[in-house]
Every structure is written in C-alpha cells, then in structure tokens.
Design a protein around this ligand. Structure first.
Ligand code: PRT
Ligand code: ZN
Length: 287
C-alpha cells in the first residue's frame, strides 16, 4: 500500500510565496521548487506541494484537489469561505482599508454616501457599507485600484495596505480599516485518518517553528551574587539553566525570552552585572 500523502496548495508567485516556502523549509520539508513548476513532491516528508494563484486556493481545498492551503484571511473572507482555519502563520500581514484622496473632506464613514469606491474586494466592502448603513457605489476592479481616483474612475478606494507607501504615493489617505489579515493555514474536513496523521505531524512542526520565531535564546555570564536578580528577569520556559563557570564565583545562565522583550531584558541584565551576553535564534521550540 502507498503511504498517505498530504497535499498542500501554496501561492505560485506573489507576496505569500517566499514565506510559504520558507515555512515548509523550516519544518525540514525538502522539495524542488523550480520556476514555473505546478507541483512538487517532498523528498523527506509525505507532502505534495501544489503551486497555484492565491484566489484559487480555497476552491482547490474545497474541491479536495488539495487537503490544506496557505492563503490570506482577506481572500477567505471575500470568498465567504467556511473552510477550517487551522493556524495563523504570522506573515503576509496587511489590512483592508478605505482610503480617500487627500482633498476629500472625510469626517466619518457617512462621508462615503453616494460616492464611487473602487475595490478588488466588492464582497467585503458591500458588507461593511451595509453594516454601517452607507449607500455607496462599488466599482469592482481587479488591479491598480490605487490609481482609480486620479483617473476619475472613483472617489475613493478600498484596498489592501501594508506599509502604506502605495496610498501615500498616490495621494490617498487611509481613513477606515475594514479588516486585518495574515496568511492562514486552511484545511478541508473529512481527511482520512492516514492523511490526518500527516497533517498532525506537519502542524506539530509548524507550531514549533512559529513558537521559535516568537522567541530568542539568551546566554550570559553573571556573578553568583547577582543570580537571584537575573533569574527574575529571565523566567524561561520553566526556569533558566544555570551552570558554574570555570572562573569561581561566576555562572553561565541560559534562557528563552520573547522576541519583543530582547532589548529590554538585555539592558536590564547588563545593568545588574551580566557579561558576555549572547542572543541567538531558535529553529524549533516545543513547549
Ligand atoms: O497572482 P496571484 O493571484 O496569486 O496573486 P495576487 O496578485 O492576487 O496577490 P499578491 O501576491 O499581491 O498578494 C497575496 C496576498 O498577500 C494577499 O491576498 C494578502 O493576503 C497579502 N498581502 C500582504 C498583500 C499585501 N500585504 C499588499 N500590500 N497583498 C497585496 N498588497 C498590495 C495592495 O493591494 C497594494 O497594491 O500592495 C499594495 C500596498 O502595499 P503597501 O506596502 O504600499 O501598503
Ligand atoms: Zn490573487
């Protein structure tokens, strides 16, 4: 009997492609992904990777052509997809926002009444306008939404924003965030038990990689007299590892800290008397 393979659909070429590939590689799944490839089979894990357009990913998963997929929450919401969201993946972060030309006199969302709004997200925009009882005209376009006001096609836009540079360089100001989004792992229901087991194993790795990304490993040397203070600053997973150094009266302390706390913690341990502080990345972390 052939071993079960899990089929994952990821974006072929676009903003989510590199991070999706990177995530699989960090999970130690090895495969070739030559340019233009539509499909690849992993060498060391029972996974088949399908490379497709992001908008088609939910449909591929619904139709059981793929078992799981990586796609932006914005695409799922626009397609009103009811597929199971297994895990937020922490990349492809953006927001769907309404933006208006700088000269537009905007006070609140009622200012959009009677206006033409260009968007590639007509479903989400329509819901938003309905929920806020604003009657506006939606112009559905598939790309270059940001130029619609300057060419006279619309009075406002509703588009994805990450850095805000595109809006800025087109003389538009973001006035209302409709939704926040990030890449998400989705799955169809009803996987057979063998395929589910492969998914469980991939999820185990994926969560370990994600947890690791949020944390750093810190190592430092400290005078023994300062250990109680340093221990309070470095709670670690259980408690820090403390081992004596060759030099008497000194110890080496090792611990895991949140990525966003690194600089704050490093400053504090330094003040308390730590020396030789090293901060390193973690590949996988299992709590
Ligand atoms: O060809 P395919 O259909 O697969 O790709 P696509 O062109 O439809 O999508 P792509 O690759 O542009 O985006 C894929 C996914 O990335 C989106 O569905 C979002 O989930 C996510 N994402 C994250 C973004 C952005 N950030 C983003 N900034 N998608 C698009 N943008 C665009 C936005 O539309 C605007 O044109 O980038 C511009 C704004 O960027 P900033 O940085 O100037 O604000
Ligand atoms: Zn697309």
């Amino acid at each position: 009997m052939r071993a079960a393979k899990l089929k994952i659909a990821i974006q072929r070429s676009g903003r989510l492609s590199d991070s999706s590939l990177d995530l699989l590689h960090k999970c130690d799944v090895r495969f070739d992904n030559g340019l233009g490839k539509l499909k690849s089979v992993a060498h060391n894990f029972p996974l088949e990777i399908l490379f497709i357009r992001d908008d088609d990913i939910p449909r591929y998963v619904e139709d059981a052509v793929a078992d799981v997929g990586i796609v932006g929450e914005n695409v799922l919401a626009e397609q009103a997809s009811s597929l199971t969201r297994l895990e937020k993946l922490g990349f492809g972060r953006c927001r769907l926002s309404v933006a208006v030309p700088n000269a537009f006199e905007y006070t609140n969302i009622s200012s959009l009444a009677g206006k033409r709004i260009a968007t590639s997200y007509p479903g989400l925009l329509a819901n938003f306008l309905r929920e806020n009882s604003v009657d506006a005209e939606i112009h559905s376009i598939s790309g270059s939404v940001e130029i619609a006001p300057s060419v006279g096609l619309a009075d406002a836009v509703c588009d994805l924003v990450s850095s805000g540079n595109t809006l800025f360089s087109n003389g538009l100001s973001e006035v209302k965030v409709i939704m926040e989004s990030e890449a998400t792992l989705i799955a169809r229901s009803g996987l057979n038990s063998a395929t589910q087991a492969v998914l469980d194993s991939l999820m185990f790795r994926l969560r370990a990689v994600n947890a690791a990304r949020e944390n750093k490993y810190i190592m430092l040397n400290a005078p023994n007299a300062k250990l109680p203070e340093i221990q309070l600053l470095l709670p670690g997973l259980k408690s820090p590892t403390i081992t004596p150094l060759g030099k008497s009266g000194w110890s080496s302390v090792q611990s895991v800290i949140g990525r966003s706390d690194v600089w704050k913690v490093v400053e504090k341990v330094k003040k308390v008397g730590a020396k030789g502080v090293l901060v390193v990345s973690i590949d996988q972390m299992i709590r």
